[in-house]
Design a protein around this ligand. Structure first.
Ligand SMILES: [Zn+2]
Length: 205
């Protein structure tokens, strides 16, 4: 991935100006986010690692995974992390009509109960967004890790994220099998390095 694409392109930020791409408060904070869980192996590992590092993060959960693994979802909450809604079936907004999309989000929120929402694949129609913005904060990202990419090494995944982080960055990693190797390598190193640089870690809000 070319580095200039590591950050979401400016034109989308203008178009989706009501979305949260970054917490630009001047504070030296970053916001780790993990999408697509909870799934047993990946999420348990993530929770243990975050506990050891004493860092809080935000998990954008897929409703059907919460349904399958309620104890994991509860563990995320018990460990003091934030949770957000990522639809029930990980829907692609551009290919689904608005009423079906909203229904799916509501179904997920019966389990997740959060006012934070992140559209899977970053895909959402303006009608869908307009509808959701009355109830949810739409949290996007400032740094996409590319942890799911097979064409980048774990080391490159780590280095690319590190180069792109700035104060207020919302950083996107995943909790799914495809991302496992890069995510497990990059996140603990990133936390250690950013702490050395004086960053604090906060949850999305
Ligand atoms: Zn996703």
């Amino acid at each position: 991935m070319n580095l200039r694409w590591m950050r979401a392109p400016g034109i989308f930020k203008i178009f989706f100006r009501n979305f949260i791409w970054r917490y630009n408060t001047g504070a030296k904070k970053v916001y780790l986010t993990f999408d697509d869980g909870p799934i047993p192996e990946s999420t348990l590992w993530t929770l243990d690692m975050l506990k050891e590092k004493e860092v809080k993060a935000t998990f954008f959960c897929v409703g059907e995974n919460v349904y399958k693994h309620p104890e994991l979802f509860q563990k995320i909450l018990d460990n003091g992390h934030a949770v957000g809604n990522h639809t029930y079936n990980h829907l692609k907004g551009w290919s689904v009509d608005t009423s079906k999309y909203i229904e799916n989000v509501i179904m997920a929120n019966d389990l997740i109960k959060s006012n934070l929402f992140r559209p899977p694949y970053g895909q959402i129609k303006s009608a869908q967004a307009k509808h959701l913005l009355s109830e949810y904060k739409l949290v996007m990202w400032d740094v996409l890790s590319g942890d799911y990419r097979k064409d980048i090494s774990p080391e490159k995944c780590y280095q690319d994220v590190l180069k792109s982080v700035r104060p207020g960055s919302i950083i996107l990693f995943h909790n799914h099998a495809k991302s496992e190797e890069n995510m497990r390598f990059a996140v603990p190193r990133l936390i250690d390095e950013l702490k050395l640089q004086g960053y604090e870690f906060d949850i999305c809000h």
